[in-house]
Design a protein around this ligand. Structure first.
Ligand code: MN
Ligand code: MN
Length: 391
C-alpha cells in the first residue's frame, strides 16, 4: 500500500467503526456527515409531539464586555438544533474577538451592521486579511485560527453559524488562554526568547481584546504576504438572487460560487408582507434561521401526523431538522429578512409544488381520491416563493 492508499484505508476503517458503534448504541453519536446522522434515531424527535424549534436569541443572556457582547444558540439553549449552532455578536470600536480556533466546527458569518476585519491562517501557513461590510460573508474551515475586529468608529454586528449544534462559542481555543496557562520556560523555548518577554501577558482568556481602532489599510503579517489559494470572503448581497419575484427575493451562497465554503450554505430570504416561501424540505442539510427583520410564521412537518407552527420575530432563531417539511410566511405588515444557514456546502431543496408537478395527473388522482382534471389546475412547475395572493 502507498502512504496515500494506507491513509485512505485507515480513514474508511475508522468511519466504519464509528458507524457500527453508533448504530449498535455502544458509541456516542458525534457530529459529522449529516446524511449519516439522519440514520441515527434522535430521541428528541421520536416523541408523539415535535419539540419547540424556536429560541429568542436576542432576549437571552449575553457575555458582555463594555459595548461588545455575544449571545449563543446551541443544543443547550435549543435542544433540537443538534446540527447547527449560532452566535450573535457585537464588537465596539477598537475591540477584537481575540485570536482563536474552533476544534469542532467551521465558522460562517453574515455581517449585519458596521465593518469587520478578519485574519485567518490555514495549515499551509497561508494567511488572509479581509475587510467586510453589511451583506458580506466569511467562512473559516474547522480548526483554522482566526480573529475578528471592529473597523472604524461605529460598532459592528454579525451573526455566526457553526456546522455543529454542540459547538459553544464560549468553549473556543483562545490564544491568551493557551499561552496564559503554558509555563514561561516553555514559551521562552518555543519562541527562542527570554522568559522576561512574557512578563505581563494575560493569565486567563481575554476573549474580547480592546485596543486602538485598526488602521484603515491593514498592515502586512509578520511573515509578509502569503495568501491562500481560495478566499474566505464572499459578497452575498452583491450577487444576483436565485429567486426574484413579486413575493420577494432569495440569495444563496454555497461551495458552487464560494469554493472554500465546503460545509456551510448561506441564504438571505426577503419576503414582502403576506409572501410565502412554499412548503419544501432539504434532503441534505439541517436549516438554521435568524430573523434579521420582521415577523414570520414557520411551519414544521415531522411525519406521523406531527405538525408545529412557531411565530418568529426579529432576533429569534428557528431550526428545521434535515429532511423535515417546512414553510416560511411573512405575517408582519412590512417586508422581512431571514438569514438561513445549512450544514452542507451544497444547496438542495425539493419544493412541494415541484414534486406535484413531477407526477402525472392519474397518479395524483389516485393518491388524493379526486378527479384527474383537478390537477390540471395545479402549477406545472416549481413555485418556490409566492406573493400574498399565491402568485
Ligand atoms: Mn470564531
Ligand atoms: Mn428551507
Amino acid at each position: 500500500m502507498s502512504d496515500l492508499q494506507r491513509r485512505d484505508f485507515l480513514t474508511r476503517a475508522a468511519a466504519f467503526a464509528a458507524a457500527t458503534a453508533a448504530v449498535s448504541g455502544t458509541g456516542r453519536v458525534v457530529a459529522g456527515d449529516p446524511s449519516f446522522m439522519n440514520n441515527v434515531p434522535d430521541p428528541l424527535l421520536a416523541g408523539k409531539e415535535l419539540p419547540t424549534f424556536k429560541f429568542a436569541l436576542e432576549k437571552s443572556e449575553a457575555k458582555v464586555m463594555g459595548q461588545s457582547w455575544a449571545r449563543e444558540a446551541t443544543v443547550t439553549q435549543l435542544p433540537i438544533s443538534k446540527g447547527i449552532a449560532g452566535v450573535s455578536m457585537q464588537l465596539a470600536p477598537g475591540d477584537m474577538r481575540e485570536l482563536h480556533w474552533h476544534a469542532t466546527a467551521a465558522e460562517w458569518a453574515f455581517v449585519d451592521r458596521g465593518r469587520v476585519r478578519t485574519t485567518v491562517i490555514d495549515p499551509q501557513g497561508n494567511a488572509e486579511t479581509n475587510d467586510f461590510e453589511p451583506g458580506d460573508v466569511w467562512f473559516f474551515p474547522r480548526g483554522h485560527g482566526h480573529m475578528l475586529e471592529c473597523l472604524g468608529n461605529e460598532p459592528c454586528h454579525f451573526v455566526l453559524i457553526f456546522d455543529s449544534g454542540y459547538f459553544s462559542e464560549f468553549g473556543t481555543f483562545s490564544i491568551s488562554d493557551w499561552m496564559g496557562h503554558t509555563p514561561k520556560a516553555l514559551l521562552a523555548k518555543n519562541f527562542g526568547l527570554p522568559e522576561s518577554a512574557f512578563h505581563g501577558f494575560p493569565k486567563t482568556e481575554v476573549y474580547f481584546a480592546s485596543g486602538a481602532v485598526p488602521p484603515e489599510k491593514p498592515a502586512l503579517p509578520l511573515q509578509g504576504q502569503k495568501l491562500p489559494p481560495q478566499t474566505h470572503k464572499w459578497r452575498l448581497m452583491q450577487q444576483a438572487p436565485i429567486i426574484d419575484s413579486k413575493g420577494g427575493k432569495m440569495y444563496v451562497v454555497d461551495s458552487g460560487n464560494f469554493a472554500i465554503s465546503k460545509t456551510v450554505t448561506g441564504s438571505i430570504l426577503d419576503l414582502e408582507p403576506g409572501a410565502l416561501r412554499e412548503l419544501h424540505w432539504h434532503p441534505n442539510a439541517d436549516e438554521w434561521q435568524y430573523i434579521l427583520d420582521g415577523k414570520v410564521s414557520v411551519t414544521l412537518f415531522g411525519s406521523g401526523g406531527r405538525y408545529r407552527t412557531e411565530t418568529l420575530e426579529k432576533g429569534d432563531v428557528g431550526y428545521i431538522p434535515q429532511g423535515y417539511g417546512h414553510s416560511i410566511e411573512n405575517i408582519g405588515n412590512k417586508s422581512c429578512r431571514v438569514l438561513i444557514g445549512f450544514n452542507s456546502g451544497v444547496y438542495e431543496t425539493i419544493d412541494l409544488s415541484q414534486w406535484i408537478a413531477g407526477n402525472p395527473r392519474d397518479v395524483l388522482a389516485t393518491n388524493f381520491g379526486k378527479p384527474a382534471a383537478l390537477f390540471d389546475k395545479f402549477p406545472n412547475k416549481d413555485a418556490g416563493l409566492l406573493d400574498k395572493d399565491g402568485k
